[in-house]
Structures are given as structure tokens and as C-alpha cells.
Ligand binder design. Structure first.
Ligand SMILES: *Cc1c(COP(=O)(O)O)cnc(C)c1O
Length: 367
């Protein structure tokens, strides 16, 4: 890493969070590491979760699943999104599990060599994204899949309002319970709880939780988890700018007095979006405001006092929580971290020290 902009991923904190949540819920643990583990690095996060006792990993697509298989992961691996029916042979050959998303999907799948493929039936209880709505169709799907030699190993649903409406969650749960009962099948995996529901919704029906965001210590329902992520950069220069000058593209900010303007090597191509203009970052003991437009690769900040070049600047971390940043940007932590681009090096903390980094391709010559 030569450019000083990095995200620290604390694998010790992630492992602790897995153990803490596992203890709270007392069920099998499915670690949701889709989208490159929400931008944190699927291989590294997967390893930390498995070492801490996770029984299954979940991803969003067949591509994401194959990355983990090609890296040598041979354990339980669930695909939560749609797989093209013609690719079910790949699912079966690689001992993957995928979601049965609709009647159309099942009818197509059984025309292909799908024997031995493991499937979890997706039940749509109100999210209206994927899954079956009618019990009659679920039964028909069950029978078609079993006839074709598919292994029906699980059933699940997804809650849409765990952060806002307990009533909606209750209603979805009742529908799910009704479906599980009506299908009368010995499912090995029954799951409905995302991170939030795993903490606050103590249901007696499911035997596994499906946890994504709380791996990183983010939860509105418990303070027992450890924050695992921080985003940093370093000051590359600073200077005094006289009153009446403008900063950056579009000249959107004008200095009112002589101001100390610093430059940091992070921009919207790193996932530090332009909406960050006007927000604060933290530079060694003081907060500094982002002034002028965020550029693609660089950003200017107004420093309240002189700071040396090389001073570490925190974008989010111990002084500005990811939750606070998300709220100020009118979004959710998921979006902020999954948008942090591949250009930002991930530094992994393990056994208390930095053990590895992403972007090792910088150190290799491949062309
Ligand atoms: C992403 C996802 C999860 C994880 O949700 P978190 O809120 O991050 O815990 C669980 N289940 C499904 C189906 C998902 O798509």
C-alpha cells in the first residue's frame, strides 16, 4: 500500500461478535457475507466467522459462491438470491444450496439435471422480493422438487421492517410459521432472523439466525457488540488560504478569513461520496469540515489548527461512528461500507495486530 487511505477490519472484533450473537440466540449461525462481506473482504471475514463457530455462510449469487469454493471453502454455503435455472447443475456439482424463489423457477429447474442440488424454499411473507406467497404453490414446489431428486434442506423468509415495526415483523412471522406447519416437512434449516431480529425477536420456530451487519458491531438492539470497522486517510498537505478564495470544483466554498486548508487522498471513487461535503472528519484531536466539492480522488478539509503532513484523518471509526455518518448522509451503514471501492486497501487486524492487507496486486507485476 502506497496511498494512505485504508479501511481497518478488526477480525478479532468480528469473531467476538459472532460468539456474542451465537450465545444470545442459541441457534445455528449463518454468516451473511454477500457483496464481498459488505465490502470488508469475503475470504477474511468468512474465515473469522468460521473460526468463531459459524455453521454456514450465505452469499447473494452463484458467482459469489464460486469465489469461496475456488478459495477452498468446502462447507455449507447458501445462495440467497436468484440462480438461473440452467445453472442448477453448477450448484449441485459444487455442493451449494440455493433459494427456490418462485413457481416459474421450480418448473424450469426440474427440466435441468438438478438431482442432488440442495434448496431452501423462500417464503414471501411481505417483503415482496423473492419467494412463494401461497401455501398451495409451496406444496406443489415441494413435490416437484422432491420428485426431481432435489434435496429440500431448508425453508426461510426475510423480514422487511426489523428496524422500524415490531408489528410487521410479528405478522410476517405468523405467515412464515403457518407455511412451515402446512408443509409438514423435516427441514434441516429453518431461518427468518436477520441481525436485528436475531437480537430482539425470540422465536421458537427457527433453528438458525442469518447475520450480516451485526458481524461488524452494528446493532440498534444491543450494546454488547464491538465495532469492527474504521476508515482512515492521511493529510498530504495543508496551507493557509486568504479570505475570499474558493475551494475546489465549482468554487462552492469561499474562505471567510485566512483558513488552514488540508488535502486528503480520498474521493468519490473510493466511495467517499460527494454528499460528504460539509460533514466532519477527525484529525488528531480535532474535527475538520469537508469544504468544497469532494473530488474523484482527493478532498479538502478546513483544519481548526495546524497539523503535520501525515496526520491520520478518520472518516469513520472511534470518533465518528459509522452509524452517525450514515445518519448524516441519510443512508444506512450497509450502503456506506459496501460502496468503499476496491482501491481502498483493507487492513486486517488479527490477534491484536495488523496481519494482512488487500490490494496485494499493487506489489505484484501482472502485466
Ligand atoms: C442481507 C441479508 C441478510 C443479512 O441482513 P443483516 O441485516 O445484514 O443482518 C439476511 N437475509 C437475507 C435474505 C439477506 O438478503
Amino acid at each position: 500500500m502506497y496511498r494512505d487511505t485504508w479501511m481497518e477490519v478488526d477480525l478479532d472484533a468480528i469473531a467476538d461478535n459472532v460468539r456474542t450473537i451465537h450465545k444470545i440466540c442459541g441457534k445455528k449461525f449463518i454468516a451473511v457475507i454477500k457483496a464481498d462481506a459488505y465490502g470488508c473482504g469475503d475470504i477474511q471475514v468468512a474465515r473469522a466467522c468460521l473460526e468463531a463457530g459459524a455453521e454456514m455462510l450465505a452469499v447473494s449469487s452463484l458467482d459469489e459462491a464460486m469465489i469461496l469454493r475456488n478459495e477452498g471453502y468446502g462447507g455449507e454455503l447458501l445462495i440467497l438470491g436468484a440462480v438461473n435455472p440452467e445453472d442448477c447443475e453448477v450448484v449441485a456439482e459444487n455442493d451449494l444450496t440455493t433459494a427456490a424463489i418462485s413457481m416459474d423457477w421450480v418448473r424450469e429447474v426440474v427440466k435441468h439435471p438438478c438431482a442432488g442440488m440442495k434448496v431452501h424454499l423462500a417464503v414471501d411473507t411481505g417483503m415482496n422480493r423473492i419467494g412463494f406467497r401461497e401455501i398451495r404453490e409451496m406444496k406443489e414446489a415441494r413435490d416437484l422438487l422432491l420428485e426431481a431428486g432435489v434435496n429440500l434442506t431448508g425453508i426461510f423468509t426475510h423480514f422487511c421492517c426489523t428496524d422500524t415495526s415490531r408489528e410487521m415483523t410479528d405478522r410476517q412471522y405468523l405467515k412464515f410459521a403457518e407455511a412451515v406447519k402446512a408443509l409438514d416437512y423435516p427441514f434441516e434449516w429453518i431461518h427468518c432472523d436477520n441481525s436485528d431480529a436475531t437480537i430482539f425477536f425470540k422465536d421458537s420456530l427457527s433453528n438458525a439466525c442469518r447475520v450480516g451487519i451485526s458481524l461488524y458491531g452494528i446493532s440498534g438492539f444491543t450494546s454488547e457488540l464491538k465495532p469492527a470497522l474504521a476508515l482512515y486517510t492521511k493529510l498530504v498537505m495543508s496551507k493557509l488560504v486568504p479570505a475570499g478564495e474558493t475551494i475546489g470544483y465549482g468554487a462552492t466554498y469561499e474562505t471567510k478569513t485566512t483558513e488552514r486548508i488540508g488535502t486528503i487522498p480520498i474521493g468519490y471513487a473510493d466511495g467517499f461520496i460527494r454528499a460528504n461535503q460539509g460533514r466532519m472528519v477527525y484529525a488528531d484531536g480535532c474535527y475538520a469540515q469537508v469544504v468544497g466539492r469532494v473530488c474523484m480522488d482527493q478532498t479538502m478539509i478546513r483544519l481548526p489548527e495546524q497539523k503535520q503532513n501525515g496526520t491520520v484523518v478518520e472518516i469513520f471509526g472511534p470518533h465518528i461512528s459509522l452509524e452517525q455518518m450514515a445518519s448524516e448522509l441519510h443512508t444506512i451503514p450497509y450502503e456506506i461500507i459496501s460502496l468503499i471501492s476496491g482501491r481502498v486497501t483493507r487492513l486486517y487486524r488479527k490477534a491484536g495486530r495488523i496481519s494482512s492487507e488487500s490490494n496485494e496486486r499493487i506489489l505484484k507485476s501482472e502485466l
